[in-house]
Design a protein around this ligand. Structure first.
Ligand code: GLV
Ligand code: MN
Ligand code: MN
Length: 399
């Protein structure tokens, strides 16, 4: 097949036009935002132009289906509240270019997908989680974002959805190309990463309820300050995790909602996200116990209320050896001595899809290891190298 790298880069820049923000190549395109809905409409047109049959499923996953049973390529096109132009978008547009070049070459059939809400506005990789059966649709519909908007309402507002999901049996396997989003390839001056496995994740919202009061008149000893509770929780947690973690274990309190969030009021309530990731499912469970015990102990000591939201998560998964070998062979061809096998510390739709079919992933470098940031970027020659590795793997698999 003959790839058209100019067309590939042009489409990648065109997709960035939906929700373009910030300096550099930043993007604000969260799931179901106006920019996301418009981007999916544009993508649908590009799929049609490429000879694929678009199918927007009931939760907003957009497929471009080949005429026959095929490999599936893709990723997601929603972004973080502040994101870069490549996270997800790269895998979707690379998949589109390979499918298009394949149609032009007379085969093999290749299908493409852009999953919805990979970035977890509502859940954790919500669209692919529903498609794969990782989470039931009714359960997902009850999830809400930080503003209290429900997933069920958000998806109902999206025009043009079909009533049916795509049958996974249409596909023989899934390959997701992505930026690394970390420093490993960039620091080693490598061009390609072939992913060995994806870490697991746990994510939940926690609420401490204290007592809202006057910040001038309430003596320190009488306060039930929700912010102080959170601060204490964080310190204790960091200390207790120390005996359990490995250098690759990570945890984040990334979203904090302090009520009423005013300078002269002792905070009465705090609701925050607690997320932890590790490659070992037992360790994830061990960390969960520490999170729950620490929060409970602290709530009791401080005489404040405590509420845990639903625990969301995905277990660690290994990549399929056959698909992975096809990528390794492509990496050796395109970037001899400049590629490596490596694990993924970021989460991907491939985790969910592995419940349905064999999956594999490849990475290209992130400049400075920066992602989930307007400054996220990758050298164009590395983007094109990744595209060529993907096409080579598709050719090797000969479907
Ligand atoms: C996905 O972007 C993740 O949070 O790893
Ligand atoms: Mn991503
Ligand atoms: Mn992301």
């Amino acid at each position: 097949m003959r790839l058209n790298s100019e067309r590939f880069l042009r489409d990648l820049h065109a997709l960035r036009g939906f929700g373009a923000a910030g300096v550099g190549k930043g993007v604000i395109r969260p799931a179901f935002s106006e920019a996301d809905v418009e981007a999916r409409a544009w993508l649908k047109g590009r799929m049609l132009d490429a000879g694929l049959t678009p199918h927007l499923d009931p939760v907003g996953n957009l497929f471009g289906l080949a005429y026959d049973r095929s490999l599936l390529l893709g990723s997601h096109s929603d972004s973080q509240p502040e994101g870069g132009w490549l996270d997800g978008a790269l895998g979707v547009i690379a998949g589109l270019e390979v499918a298009r070049a394949s149609v032009e070459a007379g085969g093999p059939p290749i299908s493409v997908v852009s999953f919805q809400d990979e970035e977890g506005r509502f859940g954790v990789t919500t669209g692919s989680a529903i498609w794969s059966g990782q989470i039931a649709l009714e359960e997902a519909d009850a999830l809400s974002d930080h503003e209290g908007i429900g997933f069920g309402d958000a998806r109902a507002s999206m025009p043009g959805r079909a009533e049916t999901f795509v049958d996974p049996d249409r596909f023989t396997g899934f390959i997701e190309m992505h930026i690394e989003q970390g420093p490993v390839l960039d620091q080693a001056n490598d061009q390609i990463g072939v992913v060995s496995g994806i870490v697991g994740i746990r994510d939940m919202k926690i609420t401490f309820g204290g007592e809202q009061n006057h910040a001038g008149t309430t003596p320190m000893a009488l306060r039930k300050d929700a912010f102080q509770a959170l601060s204490d929780f964080n310190t204790r947690l960091n200390d207790r995790f120390r005996n359990v973690i490995t250098p690759r274990t990570v945890w984040t309190i990334g979203h904090v909602n302090l009520h009423p969030n005013a300078s002269s009021i002792v905070p009465g309530r705090v609701n925050f996200s607690m997320q932890w990731r590790d490659a070992d499912a037992d360790r994830l469970l061990h960390l969960e116990r520490i999170v729950r015990d620490t929060a409970s102990e602290l709530a009791e000591e401080r005489q404040i209320s405590l509420e845990f939201g639903p625990l969301l998560g995905l277990d660690p998964v290994a990549m399929d050896p056959g698909l992975r070998n096809a990528l390794r062979s492509g990496a050796e061809r395109v970037a001899p001595e400049r590629w490596r096998d490596m694990p993924s510390g970021a989460l991907h739709d491939a985790t969910n899809v592995s419940r349905l079919m064999p999956v594999a992933m490849l990475f290209v470098p992130s400049i400075g290891g920066i992602s989930h940031n307007f400054a996220e970027d990758t050298a164009e020659e590395d983007l094109v190298a990744g595209l060529r590795v993907l096409a080579h793997a598709v050719g090797c698999l000969g479907q």
